[in-house]
Ligand binder design. Structure first.
Ligand SMILES: C[S@@+](CC[C@H](N)C(=O)[O-])C[C@H]1O[C@@H](n2cnc3c(N)ncnc32)[C@H](O)[C@@H]1O
Ligand code: SF4
Length: 374
């Protein structure tokens, strides 16, 4: 992967072209990109390793034991992660999602969460801390995470059927343990919990209605995600995508739904939300392939070695590590982030149809998902 590197003698902001600062009525900064999208959500990856080998994310023939994962010394320390988060919060971020790889593999993660949960926005609101996990270690850690100040958790779960789940996670991990993790998270109040399911035609589309049935009446918000052309694997094909409309039709044949807000994602949200007409709860659909939502994308991603990615489909990261040194942080760091965000014009998904014209195949490189965390 090619990376834009800023060495120790990285350009001083005084040498960069001038940018315009915008301030809201209360004096807080509004940092917007070229398409007027404000910087709001930070996805902070804390590790690039994982205990699963999901076939669409880290296929085990590629992510072998010899795979060159980051050394622990290459990862940002907790101090550096907090400095990083602070700079983003100064620029408008009010929600931080901790991700990976598998974030629960990072030792003492609750200590980091405790520090991040102590951050407030310039106008005095507490920053919301969420996490995306495969749930394998959640049952054991839910209480400590909640006590540390984690607000919400999203669990990735692609099947309720044990055989399909074991096949998809690539390591034969039993689905019951993830379901126990979800229950433990609910029991300690990490709710409402979201469960994300990536659907692939012929792999787990048989699970759409059974997962809906399982999570009805539980308070868990199940969301189906269209299989995306992200990550380093070339296996993606448009023909493997089950669209949100197809998934919804399957569910509606068993459980009628009514749309929330016209069935469109609310601003800065990714999911179209629906309710079961019988009051059994909510269900969502994330349509990044069939109905891209680049126009409202307020997300920035930072890999565990400190590279900033302005789009999930980017292949280039800006190395922020040189700006973490005591002499440059936090102002130098915030300045460089602002500089890049204000020049951001990514709208990859909306332009995808031009790019994948080669028979709906992925023909261009993007950063691996285990580095930027989805
Ligand atoms: C990369 S994982 C990192 C966090 C954690 N290990 C987990 O699985 O929740 C984050 C999310 O990315 C999703 N993901 C990975 N590859 C994907 C793809 N090609 N299309 C859609 N979602 C994908 C996963 O299903 C997961 O929900
Ligand atoms: S989707 Fe999450 S759990 Fe699965 S291999 Fe990727 S990082 Fe690991």
């Amino acid at each position: 992967m090619e990376t834009i590197l800023y060495p120790a003698h990285a350009p001083r902001l005084a040498d960069m072209p001038a940018t315009v600062d915008v301030f809201a009525g209360d004096g807080t900064e509004v940092c917007e990109d070229t398409l007027a999208r404000p910087l709001k959500d930070l996805r902070l990856s804390v590790i690039d390793q994982c205990n699963f080998r999901c076939t669409y994310c880290m296929p085990k023939d590629i992510y072998t034991k010899d795979y060159p994962f980051m050394e622990s010394s290459e990862r940002l320390s907790f101090d550096q992660l907090v400095t990083m988060a602070r700079a983003f919060v100064q620029l408008g971020v009010d929600k931080i999602r901790i991700t990976g790889g598998e974030p629960l593999l990072r030792k003492n993660l609750e200590k980091l969460i405790e520090r991040l949960a102590g951050l407030s926005t310039p106008d005095g609101r507490q920053v919301k801390i969420a996490m995306t996990t495969n749930g394998a270690l959640l049952a054991a850690k839910a209480r400590a995470l909640k006590d540390a100040g984690l607000d919400r958790v999203t669990v990735s779960l692609d099947s309720q059927d044990d055989a399909i789940f074991k096949r998809m996670n690539g390591v034969g991990f039993a689905v019951d343990k993830v379901l126990q993790g979800i229950e433990a998270a609910q029991a300690v109040g990490l709710s409402p919990i979201k469960v994300n399911t990536v659907v692939q035609k012929g792999v787990n589309d048989s699970q759409i209605v059974s997962l809906a049935r399982h999570f009805r009446h539980t308070g868990v918000n199940l969301r189906f995600i269209e299989f995306m052309d992200v990550g380093g694997i070339g296996a993606w094909s448009r023909t493997n995508v089950i669209t949100s409309a197809e998934a919804r039709r399957m569910i509606e044949s068993a459980f009628p739904l009514i749309p929330h807000a016209g069935g469109k994602p609310a601003s800065h949200d990714t999911a179209s939300r629906f309710y079961y007409t019988d009051g059994a709860g909510e269900i969502g659909f994330i349509s990044s392939v069939s109905e891209p939502f680049c126009g409202s994308c307020t997300r920035v991603r930072v890999s565990s070695d400190g590279k900033m990615f302005l789009c999930l489909f980017a292949n280039h990261g800006v190395d922020l590590r040189p700006y973490l040194s005591k002499s440059r942080a936090p102002q130098g760091l915030a300045d460089v982030i602002r500089h890049h965000w204000q020049r951001r014009d990514n709208r990859y998904s909306e332009l995808r149809s031009e790019k994948d014209s080669a028979a709906g195949k992925k023909i261009y490189p993007t950063v691996r998902m285990s580095l930027v965390g989805g």
